[in-house]
Design a binder for this molecule. Sequence first.
Ligand SMILES: Nc1nc2c(c(=O)[nH]1)N[C@H]1C(S)=C(S)[C@@H](COP(=O)(O)OP(=O)(O)OC[C@H]3O[C@@H](n4cnc5c(=O)[nH]c(N)nc54)[C@H](O)[C@@H]3O)O[C@H]1N2
Ligand SMILES: Nc1nc2c(c(=O)[nH]1)N[C@H]1C(S)=C(S)[C@@H](COP(=O)(O)OP(=O)(O)OC[C@H]3O[C@@H](n4cnc5c(=O)[nH]c(N)nc54)[C@H](O)[C@@H]3O)O[C@H]1N2
Ligand code: SF4
Ligand SMILES: [Mo]
Length: 692
Amino acid sequence: MPLDRAADPVFVHSTCPHDCPSVCALEVERLSSTRIGKVRGARGNDYTDGVVCAKVSRYAERVHHPDRLTAPLRRVGERGRGREAFEEITWDQALDAVAEALLKAEQRHGSETVWPYFYAGTMGLVQRDGIERLRHAKRYSRQHSTICTKLVATGWNAACGARRGSDAREMAQSDLIVVWGGNPVSTQVNVMTHIAKARKTRGAKLVVVDPYRTGTAEQADLHLAPKPGTDGALAAAVICVLLAEGYADRAYMAKYSDWDAELEAHFAACTPAWAAGITGLAEAEILAFARLYGATQRSYIRVGYGFSRARNGASSVHAVACLPAVTGAWQYPGGGALQGQSDVYGLDETLIQGLDVKDRSTRLLDQSRIGPILTGDKRDLGDGPPVTALFIQNTNPVVVCPESAKVAEGFARPDLFTCVHEQFMTETAAMADIVLPATTFLEHDDIYVAGGHTYLQVTKAVIDPLPGCRSNHVVLCDLARRLGAEHPGFGMTTWEIIDATLKSSGLPDADTVHAAHWYDCVKSFEEMHFLDGFGHADKRFHFRADWSAYGPDFATMPKLPGHNDGYDRADSERPFRLVAAPARSFLNSTFTETPGSLKREKRPTLLIHPQAAAELGIAEGERVRVGNGQGSLVIPATLFDGLQPDVVVVESIWPNSAFEEGWGINLLISADPGPPAGGAVFHDTAVWIKPA
Ligand SMILES: Nc1nc2c(c(=O)[nH]1)N[C@H]1C(S)=C(S)[C@@H](COP(=O)(O)OP(=O)(O)OC[C@H]3O[C@@H](n4cnc5c(=O)[nH]c(N)nc54)[C@H](O)[C@@H]3O)O[C@H]1N2
Ligand SMILES: Nc1nc2c(c(=O)[nH]1)N[C@H]1C(S)=C(S)[C@@H](COP(=O)(O)OP(=O)(O)OC[C@H]3O[C@@H](n4cnc5c(=O)[nH]c(N)nc54)[C@H](O)[C@@H]3O)O[C@H]1N2
Ligand code: SF4
Ligand SMILES: [Mo]
C-alpha cells in the first residue's frame, strides 16, 4: 500500500541499520513514495550530531541499485553462477518449496538438521532476531553467535562484569582519548566527532594503538603500532609504570577491585623493556604513553573490537580494561572506558526471539565454524545429524566467514538445501536453491539499540517496499504458517511486536518513541562509571578473571593479566602476521556493490612495509602470493611504511570474485574458536609471502 505522505521533498527520521556501533539517527530525504534523495545525520541527536559516514550518505545508490533482487528465484543452473542460473517463481511457489524442503529434512534427520543462520545485515531487532522465534518454535539447531562480539564481550565482562561504560558523549570532556584496537575514522565515524570536540575545547590528546597507521592513527598525537596479538604485554607494561611511578590510585583500587600483593609483584615484572621485546615497540614509546595516561585524570579508553579478534583476544581485552581500574579514571567525568553499551537497554526480547519456547537442550552450532560444520566436522556435530538445510537471513557467510575453502565446499554439497533471503545476489545467495528478495530498512519498520551510545530508536518505513520484496518478519510469518510453527509473534505486525516489546520492558510505547525519534536509556553517572560497584557479584573490578564463568575452554587462559602467547605466532615458514581489517567504504561485505564505494576502494591490496618488500624483491603494485596451511591467494602489493616490517594488512571484505584466483582473504583465516567461549580470530594469522 502506498504511504500516505506529502509529495514534496521532506526529510524523514530513520536509523542506520548496518552493523556499526554508531547506529546513527538519520534524516532521509523522501522524494516520493518510492524514491529517496540525500541521507544525513540527525542534528538533533547529540550522539549522531549531524554526521554520518560517506557510504550511508550515498544510500540512494544502494536502495535504488539496479541489481536489487525483486522476485523469488529458483536455481536451475549450476551453483555459484549468479543470476543467470536462476528462474523467477512466485512467492507462493518459493515459500512452498522452502517449507517442503525443511519439512523433508526434518522428517529424515530430525529437527536439528535444519540450521537457521543469521547475523546483523540489519541491526533492527525485529527483522534481525525474529529468525530465533522460528528456530525455537521448531526446535531447529541453535546458533552460537561468535563472529563479532563474543571475544571482546568475554574479555570486557571478565573485568567489569557488565557491558556498559562511560557515556561516549563524555569524550568531549576528556583530556586524553585512547582508541585501542579500533579504527573509528573507518568503522565508527561519530567517535571522531566527540574526540574533535575534546581536542578543540580542552586541547585533549589522542593516542591510537593499532598495528598499522589507519586513518584514525594519522590523526593521533601518539600512534603505538604493536605487533598484532601483543596488546596484553603492552597493557601490563603500562600498569608496571603506573605502579612504579606513583600514578596508581591505591585508595580506588582497594575500594573497587580485587587488588593484592600477588598482582603487585606480577606487574612489577612486566617492565617496558620486557614488553618492547614482545610488541616490537620502543621502550621509550611505552614509557611515554604510560606517563601520559598516568598523569591524566580524565582519560577515556575507547576499546575497539580489532584486538579481540585473536586466539588471545579475550585476555588482551581484559588486560586493557585493567588500565582505568589502576588510575581510578572511572571516577572522573570524561574518564573511564567504553567497549559497548548493550547492557543499559534492558529490553525484553522474549516476544521477538520466542524465548518462551526456547529449548536449551537443542544443539548449539558455532556460526563462525560454518565451514567445518557443513563439511561434517565431528568436533561440531558430535553424534548429531549433519546439517542438511540452511535458512539464511542477513548475512553473507561465503564471503565473511573463516576458512572460505571449507565454507565453499560445504555450500556445494549436493545433499544440502539452502534458502537465502537477501537484497542482492551475494556469493552466498548464488549458492542457494531458493533466493527470496528482501526489503531494506527504508522499506520496513523496526527498533534499534546501539553499542556505541545509549539511544533506543523506533523507525517506520520511509518508502514503499520495492515491488516483489518482503521483510524478514513477513517471510518468517509466511514460513511459520507452512511449517506449523506456533507462536503469538507470527500473528503480529512488526509494529505490534515493537510496541509490545517496549511495554513489557517498562519503556514508553512505540508511538511515543517514534514521535520523539529516540529515547535515551543512559543510567546515572555513578552507574555508567561503576561507582556504585562493578557488575560482578562482589561488586569489584576483577584483575583476576574467572574465565571458567565465561566458557568451557578456560584451561589455557592466563590467571593474571599480561601477555598470552597462545596465538598464531610467526615462525620461519610463515614470517608475517596478517591483519584483515575492514575497509572504509564497505561495511563487512555490504556496499561492495555500490559504485561510490567501489570507486574509492578500487581493488584488494596487501599493505607491506617497503623494507620487507625489498627483501622479497616485490615492487609497488606487483602481484604477490600470500599463504599458509589453509591455502594461498594472489593480490597486488602496496608499499606502506605505517606498520612493522613483519606485519601486513589486507582491508576488506571484498567478494572472493574480486581476487584473481577467486579466493578472498578469509581463505587464510582460521575457524579455530578463540577461548574460553568461542569467537572468530580474523586478525590472528601467520602467513608467508612471495612474488606471484
Ligand atoms: N567502514 C566500515 N565500518 C565498519 C565495518 C566495516 O567493515 N567497514 N564493520 C562494522 C563491524 S561489523 C564492526 S564489529 C565494527 C568493528 O570496528 P573496530 O572496533 O574498529 O574493529 P575492527 O574493525 O575489527 O578493527 C579495528 C582495528 O583493529 C586493529 N587491530 C587488529 N589486530 C590488532 C591487535 O592485535 N592489536 C591492536 N591494538 N589492534 C589491532 C586493526 O588494524 C584495525 O585497524 O566496525 C563496523 N563498522
Ligand atoms: N576478513 C574479515 N572478515 C570478517 C571481518 C573482518 O574484520 N575481517 N569482520 C567480521 C565481523 S565483525 C562481522 S560482524 C561479520 C559480518 O558479516 P555479515 O553479517 O555477513 O555482514 P555483511 O557482509 O554486511 O552481510 C550482511 C548481508 O545482509 C543483507 N541484509 C541487510 N539487511 C537485510 C534485511 O533486512 N534482510 C535480509 N534478509 N538481508 C539483509 C545485506 O544485503 C548483506 O548481504 O563479518 C566478519 N568477517
Ligand atoms: S557511521 Fe555506522 S551507523 Fe552511522 S551511518 Fe555509517 S554505517 Fe551507519
Ligand atoms: Mo562485527
